[in-house]
Design a binder for this molecule. Sequence first.
Ligand SMILES: O=C(O)CCC(=O)C(=O)O
Ligand SMILES: [Fe+2]
Length: 399
Amino acid sequence: MTSTEEDACADNNCVLFGDDALAVPNKAAWKYTDNENNAEDKTNVGLDKNTAQNQDTIVIAHGNIGYSSSVSPSSDNDVIRDRTVKGNDQTSGKVAKVSNAYEFPPLTRIDPGTVGQRVDVELEDGRFFTRITRAVGPPIFEIPKFLSDEECDHIIESAKNNGLNVSNLFGAEIQDELNSDIPLAEISRVSEQTWLQRSHLGEDFLNRLHKRLARLTELDIGTIRRSEHVQVVSYVPGGHYHAHLDSIDRYDRPCCFQERCDDKALTPQWADCCRLCRYITVLYYLNDAEEGGETAFPLADASDATLAEKFENLEEQEWYNLSYYCYNSSLVVKPVRGTAIMWYNHLKDEQTGYLGKADQRSQHGGCDLIKGSKWIANNWISSPSSEDRFKPSHFYTES
Ligand SMILES: O=C(O)CCC(=O)C(=O)O
Ligand SMILES: [Fe+2]
């Protein structure tokens, strides 16, 4: 082995394999799990140099030198996602998964300029859309005609076909509250919702939407694809969603949206133990609400002093109760079919370039619908913190 190869291994980009140094990009990100989902301490996992080109046979080197085993996929279905391969570990005989996760690139953030600023952006080749700044802290943009009438109808129809359920809030039994004599205005969320995956919306539809979103957010297409599925929400008169954050800092949770929690006992309320890490919300209005149903941002562009005041004696102020205080909000957006609004739920961590703290000024919600119906869809763009940037996304599973 040459000293160059030794140097290459020293910077963590290769695996010593006998006398050979195998080039392994992002070696730290390789992970080996057996069929019982135990992560094993086989840190030297890499591509077989003979098959490195097509990346479908994985070599597991047990220690720096010595023996190896390989995991080869038995069918195309065993190449799962994010360069994960499932197959038989020829040494242990176990079914194993070996993955070198996708690496999320650092975040971009669009400069909002000043309130009212209009910028024409080419979101499809030759097709320009207007991006209007509605707030700067956090940046909140409105994009009229982001979806065509046909696209809005397609999303509504897909949601109806899939069936909607009473929207829940983690930790709150909304259905019990709806069955009780608590006034509707005191219930934080009154709506129905469903999740639409690739199979519901269709491959072509989603690919086109993802490309438009990548251009709108100026994030790479991989980040968009690895984000959450589309959530459709429907309100009838009296329906609303009091002000909330779409994503919160929960540093007791060990990871961002990307991995599932294996220990359900520790997380009785949640299917996942990761926090949500929704960097951006893109909300689409799928129809015109006849009356009411605005989206309100009570703290948009609030000064530091106002922000501090708003959280003093919260129970007395109740600004978050949009059934009562919708029109006290600093920004109120009227639902217009096809319009998208987009905002940042988190700051960007300037040191790492990845997800920073949740931004309280992104508090928002849906005001009471007075007349007609209101259909919206949420497209949450998930992004990891710097430590989580190599982890595969558990939303990127469906082919
Ligand atoms: O209905 C709206 O306008 C807001 C909905 C919302 O904030 C949500 O679904 O998270
Ligand atoms: Fe929300």
